[in-house]
Ligand binder design. Structure first.
Ligand code: PXL
Length: 299
């Protein structure tokens, strides 16, 4: 971290036209943490509160061009990097080659990958044939990978590990197994999809450097947990995964340990959910409030 009092993080992610997820969620999260956000666009999605209608991947040259401009000018400024939607082989190749260049000068910068595979409405955000490229060239240079349960199951299956994840013990073994195969430093599995009857949503971190598990318990942040927002019974908060991984990026950029960063980011997401509001046609989806800390200044 430099002596300036504003941090600087980069998000390499997809654009969400309703600005609840993707790079828009990342930039809001960065700003709420007093961090200047840089952004590289990988895909442009057409979406609204009802779902994702279209996904347009950027050409490789466009991703490379953005990263080249950022690296040329901001290499010494960047404190953390978050990666979201990476979509296809050519985009992953561009990201991996440019980040390898960046890492020659800055191998101290934490890189957090949220392995987004499919949107809640079913749109493909990682083409199946691109998984190989991701695990060969990208995850080995990543500090922390943050799958949710379906993503963890999908990735384990790619490595021929057939595992169901229904409880904390299975989350623990899955996180450790994934860390070994993905060759990243740490894996954190988000428990929002855990099909348990209780209201707990545990996240499990496997710290591959210290060979240690950390379990973070909290009230459920998931589809089964409903809350009344603006008179509607809300069961879905769009962009919680993006927000959590970008909040972790902020805390790690500030020099906080990976386990402390996960704990703090859970609280940030919780506050944004508690203060959420409703727009658009969906009767079950609310928007995260990234301004929760400043609510008292609202007019
Ligand atoms: O929430 C995952 C996600 C990330 N990034 C973009 C998305 C979505 C889900 O729809 O559209 C751009």
């Amino acid at each position: 971290m430099s002596t300036r009092d504003v941090g600087c993080c980069l998000t390499i992610a997809g654009s969400d036209s309703c600005a609840g997820a993707g790079l828009q969620a990342d930039l809001k999260t960065f700003m709420a943490h007093n961090i200047h956000g840089l952004s590289v666009v990988t895909v442009v999605t057409s979406q609204n509160s009802l779902g994702v209608q279209r996904v347009f991947g950027m050409p490789r040259i466009a991703v490379e061009g953005q990263l080249k401009s950022i690296i040329q000018d901001f290499t010494k400024d960047i404190d953390g990097i978050k990666i979201g939607v990476i979509f296809n082989e050519e985009i992953i190749t561009a990201i991996a080659s440019k980040l390898n260049e960046f890492r020659v000068a800055r191998d101290d910068v934490p890189i957090i990958l949220d392995p987004v595979i499919i949107s809640s409405s079913g749109a493909v955000l990682l083409q199946p044939e691109a998984t190989a490229q991701m695990v060969q060239n990208l995850t080995p240079i990543v500090t922390l990978v943050t799958p949710n349960i379906p993503e963890a199951v999908y990735l384990l299956k790619y490595f021929s590990v057939e595992q169901t994840i229904n409880n904390i013990d299975q989350m623990k073994s899955a996180a450790k197994e994934l860390q070994k195969h993905l060759k990243c430093k740490h894996v954190m599995i988000k428990g929002g999809h855990l099909s348990s009857s209780n209201a707990s949503s545990p996240d499990v971190l496997y710290d591959g450097v210290d060979d240690k598990h950390h379990v973070f318990e909290s009230e459920k942040i998931s589809k089964n947990f409903t809350k009344t927002v603006d008179g509607l019974s809300i069961s879905n908060w769009h962009g919680t995964g993006c927000t959590m991984s970008s909040a972790i990026t902020c805390y790690m950029a500030k020099g906080v340990s990976v386990s402390e960063a996960v704990k703090l980011s859970k609280q940030y997401v919780r506050d944004a959910m508690e203060n959420s509001y409703h727009i658009g046609g969906s009767k079950t989806t609310a928007q995260l409030n990234h301004n929760a800390q400043n609510k008292k200044f609202n007019l």
